[in-house]
Design a protein around this ligand. Sequence first.
Ligand code: GLN
Length: 196
Amino acid sequence: MCKHNLTIAILALQGAFREHQQALEKLNVSCFEIRQSSDLTRPFDGLILPGGESTVMGKLLWELNLFNSLKAKIEEGLPVFGTCAGLILLAGKIESAVPHLGTMEITARRNAYGRQLGSFQTHADFGGNGIIPMIFIRAPYITAVSENAEILARVDGNIVAARQKNQLATAFHPELSEDLSVHQYFLNMIQERESA
Ligand code: GLN
C-alpha cells in the first residue's frame, strides 16, 4: 500500500469535477478545487482536469488567468490527469481545432464516436493491469501519439488512454465508475516522481 499524504488539485470551472473528489476521498487522498488563480498559491502534488466541455474550459482558463500558470506547472513536471475534455485540454494537436494547454504529444479527435451514439460503456485492459470498466460520454479518442507517449488502452483499435512522463489522459471517465484503478495509477505516478 502506498502512503497517501498527497494533495490533489481539481480544476472546478465546469463539468464532472465532484466525481473526481469522491473517487479521491475513497482512496483517502485530500483534494481541493481550483476556481481562480489565488487557489494556485496552495501547495499540491497533482492536478486533475475533469470532463466537461473543452471549449468552455479552455476559454475560462484564459478569462480566469489560470492558463499560463497551469501550463507552466505541467511543463515543469507537475503530474496531471485529464479525463475526456481534460484529455482535449492537454492534447498538443486537436483535429480541426486549435489546442488549449497543448502540453502532451498526442492528437485528439473530439466527439470521435459521433454526437448521437456518443455515450456507451465497455470494458478493456488499462496499462496491462487488468480489464476495467470504461464509460464514454461524447468522448474523444487519440488518433496519434508521439514516441514520447505510451499507449495505455485501446477500444476497438482506437487509443483511449495514454501517458507521457508526468501526464496521463483518458478518453473515458474512470470517476463515473466504481473502479478506482486509474486514479490509483495516477497516485502511483505522483509517488514515483516524489521518490525519484
Ligand atoms: N465532447 C466534449 C468536448 O469536446 C468532451 C465530453 C466529456 O468531457 N464528457 O470537450
